[in-house]
Unconditional design. Structure first.
Lengths: 517, 517
């Protein structure tokens, strides 16, 4: 991954002419390049004695301290993370990178970290956009990035139970490739798919574009192995049970603060024989949202279901390759169907009948959407280059509250960032009882774009919590969402998290500062 | 509810002639009547000073100490619970029964219990079969049953989001009646439906006969309000989110040990216009189980799906009213379809095609099954009257492990209880990755039937855990399953539960002895 941008360095490039013209007209541009990577100021390297001890655990070849290795594991991929690096601030870098190869090595590293009071930051894909990789440094003897890259195996496949056990360092494409050898798929395709890891998906409760068909990642997980400072934890003997609180649901969402996940058993599905995507047009966001709700509550959800609001439709952000093109107005909905030809035909017919009856206008098949999907984040960085601040945030609430939250967040962002701010939104995850809202914001960068965004983010987060929604549908908590998590779960909920943290990690070496308010 | 039997006292009666003949031939009978209820020895009544304080919180009319009120809230409805009461042992009775009417009164009662170090046992329907109502008495100034009977309101209905907020004391039929006024249903029909409560469903992770169509109760819950010794806890602003560990999943399954649930927000569905039940015959249990797995993994589950093994089919226990009748051999499967006529027709056609293709023989519609369903537990008590020990236990595992667990549990029970033991089994809850196994056991009562059963139960529980299944699919933990829960979640899992207990209820007054190993 590029050190200061999303994705493949070879793919990084300037805006298309049409996009640049659009941005220049609506927002204005300025040349704001990144510094040279060699000039980014990192933290001091971990002391030699500690490095020697790490080498004794994992082998010297798996302890990295070079500038590039540490730079590439500095923070995540949020816009503030990018802005800091682009300005040369690498102060949150790890002091060393260590790459264990086994559960026992992870356990030994944790024991070492407790003994030496070194902060440990589990690293999967490095794609956090909520400060999940930014550990508190004060009070620790150092900060080590525990890179799970060597946890790259498919450990078991059970085609009777349709489960597979994957190692946490597998990134999306590698996991899918291993499963495909067995004719299987996870069906988990978040926008971070190309870089994010199985372990990361689990501990952040990730959700992908096909969530309507395959489910959120937390609903795919049936088993977990975790290394904690208190010892190993193995959970999951069944799809569901009544054996007390579901501790899998405590590990999921724990963001490395309770332990390091070393194996994940997930529900899998047969690779679909057929994939079809379609576009629909709605006169209004409200009309499209009602149609989504109707589908969810009728139990006839397609595999992919996404609705852009009027602004996002106009910018055509659903198809990053076509930004600036002609959207046709109204609100764009994408539906996708995956499975056997028979299942796809049946579901598609039912969905088509319902959507048509509710006033949707079918625009036909749309192969372009899926292929361009993972290119979205590149756009953000091309915009940063020309002085435009771009960031996303998301929430989830019950259907009856959706439009209130939508209005409140838009209003908060516009008030905070001022005239000329673009606020785009889509719904991409639906449930019987509610749906997510995913906002993309673009504004001209101020002199201090980090402070500019933090103010807007705080205003939007307040609007989310004040209006009874969740601070995050699928981005997780990290450092950035902690104050609002505390409001969301209240003081007793915070006590519960702190008690679990204190019990599992009493010396506080696991991802300190992350998750726990 | 009858003091020493399941259900309505008016419905209690002797076995049918055919059932008696069957039992007499296979197991043998003996007259083993219960003692007179007035002669059951209860605990001492709570001291007057404490009673006066309780009356100050809830009003004197809501503090009950009479023999009958305390007898009816003594333990739950497991066979050992019944055997103890039938023998006159009421030593686990509450010293008083208190009936708060509001969340604030519950909070005040908890504060009082902490102050006076009195054990509090939340009471909904009193239907626990795992010792969930048997608090530890030693070290406490008394034991009070906190009866939630006055929490009987439907607090809110949101037909946009298809959710409803119910008070925890509502029993199944009352909750359904309130929802039916809005054309809605929970769709949660466990065998305990007529007596068990909404709060109990939530804190025990109940699962009902229609789980394939409506989901387990824990999957219906989107919000909870809880009174804890640390204050109120309000959870649930969305269908799902990524805001850290899902604390709803910690309250669910907590069995009153972390707090008292005072409101539950659940997903609801439209009342089905059509309900159709059918019978199918399979040559073998394995063949029927494979068919269930195929349905689940193809995503074409009926609303109800149940398969009796050869023994249960022969006894015809799927239809309690017809026990002893002609079963026709093989294995009986029940399928049920609920919804709109269109949805039922479509699902039924898909299921019929799959089951037929897999070798099932359709036996036609079967209206009898559903209506007789809730009468099952009465049979147990009629058998206790004639010297037969009858009890049930259940588990859940992944599909690939199902037959190993089935064989192991049957073998353990037969070994423990000896020749002539009847072990019947059915699968009634299926998932893509696995299924439940529900065993019914009948044997001639030994001189000490409680010790007899506890030995058999321990052997079966060991077999469950040794073979990697869960100690309970939907009966919960209570006192009875604690040792096996500890093995299931391991020492670190136990530490997590203890840490939550210590944090939320540091003085340990909430249902002491229950759940936490």
């Amino acid at each position: 991954m590029h050190w200061s941008r999303w994705g493949d360095p070879a793919e990084a490039g300037p805006l298309s002419e049409s996009a640049f013209a659009l941005v220049d007209a609506f927002i204005g541009t300025a040349d704001t390049p990144a510094v040279d990577p060699a000039s980014v100021r990192l933290s001091a390297v971990l002391g030699q004695e500690l490095l020697d001890e790490l080498a004794g655990i994992v082998g010297v070849e798996h302890v990295l301290t070079d500038h590039d290795s540490r730079l590439h594991r500095t923070r995540g991929k949020s816009t503030p993370d990018m802005l800091k690096l682009r300005a040369g601030d690498g102060s949150d870098s790890p002091d060393a990178v260590v790459r264990p190869g086994t559960h026992d090595e992870v356990a030994a590293l944790i024991a070492w970290a407790v003994e030496r009071h070194v902060a440990v930051v589990p690293f999967g894909g490095g794609t956090s956009v909520v400060g999940g990789l930014v550990a508190r440094r004060e009070g620790y003897a150092g900060v080590v990035s525990l890179d799970l890259v060597r946890f790259d195996k498919l450990l078991a496949v059970d085609t009777d139970s349709m489960t597979a056990t994957l190692e946490p360092g597998l990134r999306g494409p590698a996991a899918e490739a291993l499963l495909a050898e067995h004719g299987l798929t996870l069906g988990h395709f978040p926008q971070s798919f190309e870089y994010a890891s199985i372990g990361g998906f689990a501990v952040t409760r990730s959700s992908g574009q096909s969530s309507a068909g395959y489910g959120r990642f937390d609903s795919l997980v049936v088993g977990l192995r975790v290394a904690t400072p208190q010892g190993g934890l193995v959970l999951g003997n069944s799809p569901a049970n009544a054996a007390g609180p579901d501790l899998r649901e405590v590990v999921m969402g724990s963001e490395g603060a309770f332990g390091v996940v070393t194996a994940v058993t997930v529900r899998v599905r047969r690779l679909p024989a057929v994939k079809v995507y379609e576009s629909w047009r709605w006169d209004s966001f409200a009309g499209g949202a009602t149609a989504m709700r109707t589908l969810a509550q009728a139990g006839v959800l397609p595999t992919v279901l996404r609705l852009s609001d009027e602004n996002e439709t106009q910018i055509n952000l659903a198809k990053p390759a076509e930004v600036g093109g002609d959207s046709g107005g109204g609100c764009l909905m994408i539906t996708g169907f995956e499975g056997t030809q028979e299942a796809v035909d049946a579901k598609r017919a039912a969905v088509t009948a319902l959507l048509t009856g509710l006033g949707g206008a079918g625009l036909g098949e749309d192969e372009g959407w899926s292929s361009g999907r993972f290119h979205g984040p590149y756009l953000r960085d091309s915009l940063l280059d020309v002085g435009v601040l771009v960031e996303t945030l998301e929430t989830v609430t019950f259907w009856s509250n959706l439009h209130r939250v939508y209005d409140a967040v838009k209003s908060a962002l516009t008030s905070a960032l001022g005239e000329g701010t673009l606020v785009l939104c889509h719904i991409s995850h639906v449930y019987e009882t509610g749906a997510s809202l995913y906002f993309t914001v673009a504004a001209k960068q101020a002199d201090d774009p980090i402070a500019q965004w933090m103010g807007a983010k705080a205003a939007a987060s307040d609007a989310i919590i004040d209006n009874g929604a969740s601070i995050t549908h699928h981005h997780a908590v990290g450092q950035d969402h902690k104050p609002w998590l505390a409001r969301e779960i209240g003081p007793v909920g915070v006590q519960m998290l702190r008690a679990l943290k204190q019990e599992l990690d009493p010396s506080g070496v696991l991802n300190p500062g992350v998750l726990i308010p």
